[in-house]
Design a protein. Sequence first.
Lengths: 303, 73
Amino acid sequence: MKCIQCRGKAVIELRQHNSAFCRDHFFEYFERQVQRTIEKFRMFGPQDRILVAVSGGKDSLVLWDVLLRFGYQADGLYVDLGIGDYSPASGEKARAFAEARQAKLHCVGLGRAYGFTVPEASARLRRVPCSPCGLSKRYVFNRFAREQGYDVVATGHNLDDEAAVLLGNLLHWNEGYLARQYPVLEAHEDGFVRKVKPLVRLTERETAAYAVLRGVDYIVEECPFSRGAQSILYKEALNKLESESPGTKRQLLFGFYERARERFRSAADAALHPCARCGQPTTSEVCAFCRMSERLVPVTQGR
Amino acid sequence: MGEPCDVRVFMQVPERREWRVPAGTRVGDLLRQLGFSPESVLVIEGHTLRTADDVLRAGAEIELRPPISGGAP
């Protein structure tokens, strides 16, 4: 198989683009896609301070790697969720990455800072772990970015992640989530920091390939709680469609952005105001994180 | 122990698995035999990737790695 650019030996075939690339032209292709996304959606500029949500997995480390290569002011934040052997191992990947590149990595331990871990929250609330995990990460990243003066939070969500979330939201007609599903969530005067997803044009396979070829050492093991997660079921369903008809995932997601999302806009208009406990933005009197936290941690223990 | 002309093929996730295949096997045939589509795994040798038409050399160590990952966004 030959690279479509230089006719050298290809290292990856991309059926959805009817293409194959050698190592160097794959890097060029990949980084061009990221830069194009940043520019098209006006995500941030060279003057902005970016906080990358780092998990130790391939997507977040690849995103951080590319942003540093581009010369952006990108620091990382790793949230220790307290998940068995998985959290220390993933935290180590994040720390090693930062050290090798002399990049700045912040760490917040959910247990130390807020008094509970994801497994504890899951057991005591009797909810699947992904629920308190997602809620906690979104809360901590927003709060940290706001308190430390970052202009934007960047996450490593890729095309597969976003297409799977879209499929789930469509299957359940979650109109409020559909209204907010976009590569950029604007900052809100009541306390939401701007959030962006620069990898949204790239598939999970492309991100993993970039990590391997660039030597980005990420945690290959999956979170032990992700087995049987609905997001994986949706990804597998979409991958079956994609294998029969390459480009399906892209058409679904970008077709939604361009042709359908606007129709759900009115569902996103719930008024925000500061949470009575922590001051973070919420549509209720007390935000979802504080409500969860109060069920888990005695009020006297504080946060 | 495999024969010296074998290729060792292994996976770490979602579970640890290992196979021995003869040198000279094409990657596309290997994936077909093991029941993987070329889109569902990366075929890794050292720090590079192998494509479906590549032929595996004797003594090679090949990792099959699914790129899929999950959990809360």
